[in-house]
Write a protein that binds this ligand. Structure first.
Ligand SMILES: C[S@@+](CC[C@H](N)C(=O)[O-])C[C@H]1O[C@@H](n2cnc3c(N)ncnc32)[C@H](O)[C@@H]1O
Length: 268
């Protein structure tokens, strides 16, 4: 497989693994989502000897878990525009690779896992077609994606804090949309998989509560740093970002998470 020299598709990607905040972001994602991903992947079935691809693997928590499941007789290829260091496993290979532009082997994998990547890619439907072709007949694509348009605040110390949180959520949506990201993709990706030819497509929505000390809310704190420049461009100020960080430690603060859709389907 040819390796991406420049990570060309990454021009549209707002989170940047080169950022000092990327490790924290990936730690929070793993703390929040691995439980959901592992539950859903186990339900779909991951067996010793399987050949797996994890696209946009980030810090690799799921790639490493997959490598432990498939064992020495199987293989896991973890790809990313900018791969982060991850635990070593005999079955695991890490590759710098742009899923939009770089070559992908065809009819090669029993399982393809993609978490929180496609929403960010304007070419997401073309990538779905490439992932379909990369699977063996009977192979499974497993997606996990947010519907980030759903983000209600539940309890706040005062009305101003609720308004500020809503403005922050709206600013994030605008910042992502400017880069070609599809923030409602979570609720649309099952239909896109059907259009791409997958069969047996099933979607499970998951919700969590964001409160102080949870990985979900810790990720919001990271976002205020990681996305700072984009949020300032969208009209928030540094004082407001500092207010948000303080709000995220307030024992009264609760919000509902984005809807997390776990979706899988099979190549016939
Ligand atoms: C939100 S992170 C999710 C990481 C990991 N899948 C997880 O859920 O923990 C998105 C990842 O996709 C990667 N990515 C973005 N565009 C990509 C592309 N065109 N090809 C491959 N990876 C890409 C990013 O570098 C980043 O690591």
């Amino acid at each position: 497989m040819r390796e991406s020299a420049s990570g060309g598709g990454g021009r549209s990607y707002l989170f940047d693994n080169a950022s000092a905040h990327a490790r924290g972001q990936h730690r929070c994602l793993a703390g929040w989502l691995d439980r959901i991903s592992i539950g859903e992947l186990s339900r779909v079935g991951v067996q010793p000897g399987m050949s797996c691809l994890d696209v946009g693997a980030g810090a690799g928590s799921i790639a490493v878990w997959l490598a432990d499941q498939v064992g020495p007789g199987g293989s896991v290829l973890a790809t990313d525009l900018v791969p982060l260091p991850m635990a070593d496993r005999p079955a695991l290979t890490v590759l710098r690779h742009d899923v939009v532009r770089d070559a992908l082997p065809e009819t090669a994998f029993d399982l393809v896992h993609v978490r929180l990547v496609l929403s960010h890619l304007p070419e997401r439907e073309a990538v779905l077609a490439r992932l379909f072709a990369a699977l063996r007949p009977g192979g499974v694509l497993h997606l996990l994606e947010f519907d980030a348009e759903y983000a209600p605040v539940l309890t706040v110390p005062d009305e101003r804090a609720g308004d500020l949180y809503r403005r922050y959520q709206q600013a994030k949506l605008r910042a992502f949309r400017t880069r070609g990201s599809e923030q409602g993709w979570g609720r649309r990706c099952a239909a896109a998989m059907v259009r791409a030819g997958f069969v047996g497509v099933e979607a499970s929505p998951h919700l969590d509560t964001l409160g102080p000390g949870t990985p979900q809310l810790e990720m919001q704190v990271h976002n205020t740093w990681h996305l700072r420049e984009a949020l300032l461009r969208e009209g928030l100020t540094d004082d407001e970002l500092a207010e948000l960080r303080a709000l995220f430690t307030d024992p009264m603060f609760r919000a509902c998470s984005n809807v997390v859709y776990a979706v899988h389907g099979r190549r016939p």
